[in-house]
Design a protein. Structure first.
Length: 115
C-alpha cells in the first residue's frame, strides 16, 4: 500500500491502479493509519473525474458532501448519487500518478489537466 495526504494534510493509504478500483484507508481521528474502514473508488468514478478534468482543463474539486459548487467535480460526482468526499482521496491519487496537478484558489482546491 502507498501512503499519501489529502490536500488538507490528512494521511491515507491506498491500493489499486488505473482501470481498477482504488481502495482507500483514511486515517483515524489522530491522523494515524487504520484498517477497519475503507472507501472504494470505482473505475467509473475515476473515468468520470478524469474526463471532466481533461475537458475543462481547470476545475474546482468541490469535495463538500453537502453543497459542492455548481460546475465542480463534486457536483458532477453528486449527480451520479455518489459522495463528493471521495474526491479528497481521488484527486491526490490522480496527482501522484501524474494524471493531473492541483493548486489552491483561496481555500478551494483546483484540479488542472496535464494533457
Amino acid at each position: 500500500m502507498e501512503e499519501l495526504k489529502t490536500k488538507r494534510g490528512r494521511r491515507f493509504r491506498f491500493k489499486g491502479r488505473m482501470g481498477e478500483e482504488f481502495i482507500v484507508y483514511p486515517s483515524d481521528k489522530r491522523n494515524e493509519p487504520q484498517d477497519r474502514y475503507a472507501v472504494c473508488i470505482t473505475p467509473f468514478t475515476v473515468d468520470l473525474v478524469l474526463q471532466a478534468i481533461r475537458k475543462k482543463r481547470t476545475i474546482l474539486a468541490g469535495a463538500s458532501r453537502d453543497a459542492p459548487p455548481a460546475g465542480s467535480l463534486g457536483a458532477l460526482v453528486k449527480e451520479q448519487k455518489q459522495s463528493p468526499q471521495q474526491l479528497s482521496y481521488l484527486i491526490p491519487i490522480l496527482e501522484h500518478l501524474g494524471h493531473c496537478r492541483t493548486s489552491f484558489r483561496g481555500r478551494a482546491i483546483v484540479a488542472h489537466s496535464v494533457d
